[in-house]
Design a protein around this ligand. Sequence first.
Ligand code: PRP
Ligand code: ADE
Length: 175
Amino acid sequence: MRQGTTVRDYIRTIVDFPHEGIMFRDVTTLFADPRGFRMAIDQMLHPYAGMRIDKVVGLEARGFILGGAIAHQLSVGFVPIRKKGKLPGTTISQDYKLEYGEAIVEIHDDAIAPGEKILLVDDLLATGGTAAAGIRLIERLGGEIVSCAFIIDLPELGGRKVLEDLGMDVHALCD
Ligand code: PRP
Ligand code: ADE
């Protein structure tokens, strides 16, 4: 167990994963610590006190862990956005670029009703490609995104600006 007073203290950095030159910010050490995990969930929820949120949408894979805990805390439903080919029902798809590659994400086409207020959750904002694809999927279903919540923002990769240029409210616990 890592001892720490801030969320940042519980995050581990793995150098050259999954490719040379990538400083991988590993939140499994945060999730594994009861104090760190609770601190992260409480702080991610803090900006939304008193706001209407109908559903939490989480981005695969670490957004599922955070989004599930946040949805439980808010007593609302959770909807996964998954990598292509993983969801069993009828889906809509969106392609996007990663810091290190390309991918396609999907959502069930009946997972969000038009006008529902959505909180989008993931562990980390890098280029913003994954979150932007998620935003596109939610908006194609008629969902209204209240905010996008992350643990980590990597400012040098410009994701916050990408999301803000899409009109999004963005919150991250640390840079
Ligand atoms: C990581 C992270 C975000 C995304 C951020 O996921 O959890 O989802 O990258 O990068 P971006 O802002 O440049 O799009 P990853 O693609 O490694 O997938 P995984 O969580 O399924 O391992
Ligand atoms: N996803 C994209 N870039 C990342 C990084 N540097 N650490 C963890 N996840 C990432």
